[in-house]
Design a protein around this ligand. Structure first.
Ligand SMILES: [Zn+2]
Length: 498
């Protein structure tokens, strides 16, 4: 029997795959979105867009993009994107008629409930924007499990493996996807709730007890836990996979995690990244690849998601393998539904369709590094010493410097005076006993090359001190950049000379 999570057969030839996806989208838009989405009913009418007539990629482009801003315009914006069924329309569906005939009215009512009644929500974590809730029905929860189980398949896990889900317990996609993935895949999964629920010690206790084959979590927290495990001399020879999500993981971070796993006695460990976002209600993963080879890219299963890559400035489509912004359209979602959602994430290797060089899968793959434009913009709002800092790039640089375990960037003002100059302090916990003076010089050099400024101070700390600084066990997500600059208030505003 084919596992349920692999149930949809799709064409494997790129051109027919695209047409197959468009046909799937047409049926979905005409039968489910157009009649039941307040927002899209209005938009389609305004655009004179007939979903049933959608045939080509050009037709698709007549649907306007949506962005995070789409959900915050007007008091009812979030609700406008939720599919609310009209029983009169539903009762005319051929599937409804068949079900009523063969299984009775009660089965019809139950089917509608399963498909449309919201049961779960996850929300965005935006640091500056209001969190936006996304609703899931039983239908969506099933797809969440299917998507999650496929992540496990692509990672080449098997049912005999034991998995520890260390994502923070919160209404966030990462935690729930991992939870339902385990259930759907049929693998033992223990949800620890991450650092805030159990602390590093609590997670370590469970690792000692369960001896998991697969660890899933946020990269920075994963680092703290593995480092704690090494410090206490733990051995984990059966550890096979470390699956990361919730924040970007640089190449350097992967190497550090592999090195820690080796110290735990796990010789061959795949460190794999996932990519997902609230609005997709899905995540995708890389398949295992040799350490000295490039990543296989995120494997997108084409029955649940249609991905477009567009020019981030003009919104024009990009070709096969060309860099651009990732745009997402669901193909089978209920609950909250957004079409052509602009993620603000740019991928430098674009979307490719040729067979995966490692696992052979013929699915669209997102290849290369993703930079979150939204985050960069957010961090760029405040210039530092008059210089614009690309924190995306800086993260990679700091992670890649040898001997650096964890780090945190702290922004302050001289004397804590809001009118004074910016100060930048780099806090570092070393991963070994290397010389501090040499490392300080090395870091300062890397920093200046990347940002054209030198940090005011570089301070060294123990691993324990860094855990406290990053808020492990206190914050939902470990903090790598903190802004402690006091805000200018009326009291501190300089008065103009009269
Ligand atoms: Zn692959």
């Amino acid at each position: 029997m084919t596992p349920r999570h692999l149930k949809t057969p799709w064409p494997t030839e790129p051109r027919s795959l695209r047409n197959w996806q468009l046909a799937r989208l047409r049926a979905y838009l005409a039968g489910t979105v157009a009649p039941f989405s307040t927002h899209y009913r209005r938009v389609f009418a305004e655009q004179k867009f007939d979903a049933a007539a959608l045939r080509t990629a050009d037709d698709l482009r007549r649907i306007p993009f949506s962005t995070k801003a789409s959900f915050v315009t007007g008091p009812d914006a979030v609700r406008e994107f939720v599919l609310i069924p009209d029983r009169a329309v539903l009762s005319k569906r051929p599937a409804t008629i068949a079900r009523a005939l063969f299984r009775g009215r009660a089965a019809v009512a139950e089917g509608f409930d399963r498909e449309f009644r919201p049961l779960l929500l996850t929300s965005t974590t935006g640091r500056s924007a209001e969190p936006v809730p996304f609703l899931y029905t039983a239908h969506d929860i099933e797809n969440l499990g299917i998507g999650g189980a496929r992540v496990m398949s692509v990672c080449a896990t098997n049912r005999e493996m034991k998995m520890l889900n260390m994502f923070p317990f919160a209404p966030h996609l990462a935690f729930w996807l991992t939870h339902y993935a385990g259930k759907e895949f049929g693998v033992f999964v223990l949800d620890t709730g991450g650092g805030k629920s159990m602390g590093t010690d609590g997670n370590l206790r469970l690792i000692r007890k369960i001896k998991p084959d697969v660890l899933v979590g946020v990269p920075t927290f994963m680092y703290h836990v593995l480092q704690g495990a090494v410090a206490e001399g733990l051995k984990l020879p059966n550890l096979k996979k470390i699956v990361l999500g919730g924040e970007k993981a640089s190449l350097g971070m992967r190497q550090k995690l592999r090195a820690l796993a080796a110290q735990l006695g796990a010789e061959k460990v795949d460190v794999l990244r996932t990519y997902g976002f609230t609005e997709a209600k899905l995540a995708w993963v890389e398949c295992p690849f040799a350490e000295d080879a490039g990543s296989s890219g995120y494997h997108i299963h084409p029955d649940l998601a249609l991905i477009e890559i567009v020019d981030p400035k003009t919104g024009e489509p990009r070709g096969e393998g060309e860099p651009g912004e990732i745009v997402f359209t669901p193909l089978d979602a209920r609950g909250s539904v957004v079409l052509r959602y602009r993620t603000g994430d740019c991928i430098d290797g674009g979307l490719v369709h040729e067979p995966c060089p490692y696992c052979g899968a013929i699915v669209p793959r997102l290849v290369g590094d993703i930079s979150r434009n939204s985050e960069v913009r957010e961090m760029r709002l405040d210039k530092l010493k008059g210089t614009l800092i690309d924190f995306n790039q800086l993260e990679h640089v700091l992670d890649n410097v040898p001997h650096v375990g964890t780090w945190q960037l702290e922004l302050r003002k001289v004397h804590d005076d809001p009118l004074e100059l910016d100060e930048l302090i780099l806090h570092v916990a070393k991963s070994d006993t290397c010389d501090e003076t040499a490392l300080r010089a090395e870091l300062s050099r890397h920093f200046a090359r990347e940002t054209e400024i030198h940090p005011n101070r570089i301070e060294f700390h123990t691993a324990e001190e860094m855990r406290t600084k990053q808020g492990v066990g206190v914050q939902l997500k470990e903090q790598r950049v903190v802004d402690h600059r006091p805000k200018v208030t009326a009291a501190t505003q300089p008065t103009s000379v009269k």
